[in-house]
Design a protein around this ligand. Structure first.
Ligand code: GTP
Ligand code: SPV
Ligand code: MN
Length: 608
C-alpha cells in the first residue's frame, strides 16, 4: 500500500464497514487524488445541498419557478450531448465473447489506457461515492452497484434515476457479509468509476469489464455515458449476468393495459433509442377508449429485467426509479402524461428557454424561444433551439399513470413482447410471430433508422437486434441462443409482435397518427393474447384482417390503411436476404434454429 492509499484509508470513513468497498474507495482515491470524499446518503438535505452547490457553480440554472417549481436547466458541453458508441468498449478476456457487435479491448490494455487518464483527475474536486440499487430495494430481482464520480450533476441524476443512498448501501453491506460467510469469491456489487475529465471528445472512453463486474467511464457527463447504473450496469453488465443466471436484461419499456373489465395485461416493448418507448409507456387512451374504461399504467420506460417465475411466465421489474426522457416532440397532444410528470422537480438538459425562462423544445408548442440550448439568442440559422437529444430527468413517482405494481418486489407478469423500429417503408404497422423461435428471429432481425440519441449520422437504417445493438454486453450469437433457451417445457412465454409507427407516405409524412392511437394496436395484441382477436397468416407473420383493429374515426383513408398493412414481395425478399447475411456475420455462434426459421419464411414468401 502506498502512502496515498494509506492516507485515504486513514480518513475515518462515514461510509462503510464492508472491507471490499472501503478498500476499493481507497484505491480509487489514491489514483484520482480528490480534495474531498463524500459518501452519498441519498437524503433530501444532501440533494438540496448538491443543487445549491451546482447553482452557485453555474452547472445548474434555475428555470421559471412560478411555472416550473423545482426545475433546473443544465447546459452540457456542446461536444457532449449523446452516447458515444464508437468509444464504448466491452473488455472480456476473450475477444469473441464480446462479439462483433461490440468494440473490444483486452482488459489489461483497457485498464492501463483509462487509468492513465484517471490519474490525479480529481485534484481540486470532490469525489462522490454513490451506492445505488437497480430495482426496488426489497426486491430479490434487484441488483446493487456503487458509482464513484466527480460530477455533482451525475450524483443528482443518479438520485432521481436509481434508489440511491443509505438503503442501497445497507443492502450492499448485507450482501457482502452473506457472500463472505458463504465463502463466495468475486465482487459483491458492480463497481463503476466515472470522471468528467476535461470533456475532451478525444479523451473519452466508456469501458466495461463484465467478468469483473466493473465499469470505467472517462470524459463525458452525458446520461448514458455517465449515469453508470443505467445503460452500463442495467444493460451491458446485467445482460452478461442474466445470461449466466437464466434471465433477461432488456432495453424495454413495461406498460400495463387495463381493459374495461378491469383486467390488466403487462406488455414489454423494445424500440431503439428515441423510437417511442417513453411515449408508449405513458400512453393516454384516445377518445372513446377512455370513456369505455381503458387505462394505461406506466411501469418503466427504458429497461426491463425479466425472470422466469415458478408459474412459467416471465416476470419483469423496472430497475430504474426515474425517467431520462427525450424532450423534443413531447407535447400536451403527444404525451400529456410526460408533460404532467415534468411540471416540477425536474432537471432539463440542453433544452431551450422562452423569454420568461420556461423550458422549451421543438414540438412543445408554437411559442418562439428566446435562448437556444447553448444559451445563445435563438436564431433558426443555428439549427433547432433545443438539442434533438435534449432530455429531462424526473422521478417516476411524479408520473400520473405510475403503476401501483411498479414497486412490487416480484415484478409484473408479461403477456406480450413487442419489437419495433423506425422504418419509413417496408415494415407493416403490426404483425405477430407464430411462436417463440419466430419471435426471436423477428427481434434479431430488427432494424431502425438511427437517431440523435447516439453521436453520428441520423436517419440511416441499421440492424439493431432487440434494440440492444449498443447495449448487449456479449456476443449477439450467444444472446440469440440465450433468448431461444427460454422455450422449454413448462414455460408460458409471452406472445411476440412487431410494430412500426413510423411508415411514411410519398410526401414524407407519417401515415399512422401514433401516440395515444397506438392503443388500437395494443388492443389487438391483447386480443390475440386472450384469443379474442382475429388474424390471418401471412408469409412474415400473423396480420389483423380488416375490422380486427379499430381504425375508424382517426381520419385514415382506405389507401393509407392499406399502405400500413401492405407486404411488398420483392422488397421483403431483399430484406430477408439481408437478414440472412446479417446472421451469417455472427458465424458459428449464430443459432442454427434462426437460420432454419428464416428459410421457412423465405419459402412462405416464395409461395405467397
Ligand atoms: P430513449 O430514451 O432514447 O430510449 O427513447 P424512447 O424509445 O423512449 O423514445 P421516446 O418515447 O422518447 O420518443 C422519441 C421521439 O419519437 C420523440 O420525439 C417522440 O415524439 C417520437 N415518437 C414517439 N412515439 C411516436 C409515435 O407513435 N409516432 C411518431 N410519429 N413519433 C413518435
Ligand atoms: C438511450 O439512448 O437509449 C437512452 C438515453 O435511453 S441514454 O441513457 O443516454 O442511453
Ligand atoms: Mn433508451
Amino acid at each position: 500500500m502506498n502512502a496515498v492509499t494509506q492516507l485515504y484509508q486513514d480518513v475515518p470513513a462515514p461510509g462503510t464497514r464492508l472491507q471490499e468497498l472501503q478498500d476499493w474507495v481507497g484505491e480509487v482515491a489514491a489514483l484520482v487524488r480528490p480534495d474531498a470524499i463524500h459518501w452519498c446518503d441519498g437524503s433530501d438535505d444532501e440533494y438540496a445541498a448538491l443543487l445549491a452547490g451546482m447553482r452557485s457553480d453555474g452547472i445548474l440554472l434555475p428555470l421559471n419557478q412560478a411555472t416550473h417549481p423545482g426545475c433546473w436547466l443544465h447546459r452540457s458541453d456542446p461536444d457532449d450531448v449523446a452516447r458515444v458508441e464508437h468509444l464504448t468498449f466491452v473488455c472480456t478476456r476473450e475477444r469473441d465473447d464480446a462479439g462483433p457487435n461490440n468494440h473490444w479491448m483486452p482488459p489489461d490494455e483497457a485498464h492501463a489506457k483509462i487509468d492513465a487518464l484517471f490519474e490525479g483527475c480529481m485534484r481540486g474536486r470532490t469525489m462522490y461515492v454513490v451506492p445505488y440499487c437497480m430495482g426496488p430495494v426489497d426486491s430479490p430481482l434487484a441488483r446493487c452497484g456503487v458509482e464513484i464520480t466527480d460530477s455533482p450533476y451525475v450524483v443528482a441524476n443518479m438520485r432521481i434515476m436509481t434508489r440511491m443512498g443509505e438503503a442501497a448501501l445497507a443492502r450492499i453491506e448485507r450482501e457482502g457479509r452473506e457472500r463472505a460467510a458463504r465463502g463466495e469469491r468475486g465482487p459483491a456489487f458492480v463497481k463503476g468509476l466515472h470522471s468528467l475529465g476535461e470533456l475532451d471528445p478525444e479523451r473519452r472512453f466508456i469501458m466495461h469489464f463484465p467478468e469483473q463486474l466493473s465499469i470505467k467511464s472517462y470524459g463525458s457527463g452525458y446520461g448514458g455515458n455517465a449515469l453508470l447504473g443505467k445503460k452500463c450496469h442495467a444493460l451491458r453488465i446485467a445482460s452478461w449476468q442474466a445470461r449466466q443466471e437464466g434471465w433477461l436484461a432488456e432495453h424495454m419499456l413495461i406498460v400495463g393495459i387495463e381493459n374495461p373489465r378491469g383486467e390488466t395485461h403487462y406488455v414489454a416493448a423494445a424500440f431503439p433509442s428515441a423510437c417511442g418507448k417513453t411515449n408508449l409507456a405513458m400512453l393516454i387512451p384516445p377518445e372513446g377508449y377512455r370513456e369505455a374504461g381503458w387505462k394505461v399504467w406506466t411501469v418503466g420506460d427504458d429497461i426491463a429485467w425479466m425472470h422466469p417465475g415458478d408459474d412459467g411466465r416471465l416476470w419483469a421489474i423496472n430497475p430504474e426509479a426515474g425517467f431520462f426522457g427525450v424532450a423534443p416532440g413531447t407535447s400536451a397532444k403527444s404525451n400529456p402524461n410526460a408533460l404532467a410528470t415534468i411540471a416540477r422537480d425536474t432537471i432539463f438538459t440542453n433544452v431551450a428557454v422562452t423569454e420568461d425562462n420556461q423550458p422549451w423544445w421543438e414540438g412543445l408548442d408554437d411559442r418562439v424561444p428566446a435562448l437556444d440550448w447553448q444559451g445563445r439568442p435563438y436564431d433558426p440559422a443555428n439549427g433547432p433551439a433545443a438539442h434533438p437529444n435534449a432530455r429531462f430527468t424526473v422521478s417516476a413517482k411524479q408520473c400520473p399513470a405510475y403503476s401501483p405494481r411498479a414497486e412490487d418486489p416480484h415484478g409484473v407478469p408479461i403477456s406480450a413482447i413487442v419489437f419495433g423500429g423506425r422504418r419509413a417503408s417496408l415494415v407493416p404497422l403490426v404483425f405477430e410471430a407464430r411462436d417463440w423461435t419466430h419471435g426471436v428471429l423477428i427481434g434479431a432481425a430488427m432494424a431502425s433508422e438511427t437517431t440523435a440519441a447516439a453521436a453520428g449520422q441520423v436517419g440511416v437504417v441499421r440492424r439493431d437486434p432487440m434494440a440492444m445493438k449498443p447495449f448487449c454486453g456479449y456476443h449477439f450469437g450467444d444472446y440469440f441462443s440465450h433468448w431461444l433457451s427460454f422455450d422449454k417445457p413448462g414455460a408460458k412465454l409471452p406472445k411476440v409482435f412487431h410494430v412500426n409507427w413510423f411508415r411514411k407516405d410519398a410526401d414524407g409524412r407519417f401515415v399512422w397518427p401514433g401516440f395515444g392511437e397506438n392503443l388500437r394496436v395494443l388492443e389487438w395484441i391483447i386480443g390475440r393474447v386472450e384469443g379474442t382477436a382475429g388474424a390471418v397468416e401471412s408469409a412474415i407473420g400473423g396480420m389483423p384482417r380488416e375490422g380486427d383493429i379499430h381504425l375508424e374515426g382517426i381520419g385514415l383513408g382506405i389507401g393509407a390503411a392499406r399502405a400500413l398493412f401492405a407486404i411488398d414481395g420483392p422488397e421483403w425478399r431483399a430484406e430477408l436476404a439481408d437478414i440472412g447475411g446479417y446472421l451469417d456475420g455472427y458465424g458459428e455462434r449464430a443459432p442454427e434454429a434462426l437460420k432454419v426459421e428464416l428459410r421457412r419464411i423465405v419459402d412462405a414468401l416464395a409461395r405467397a
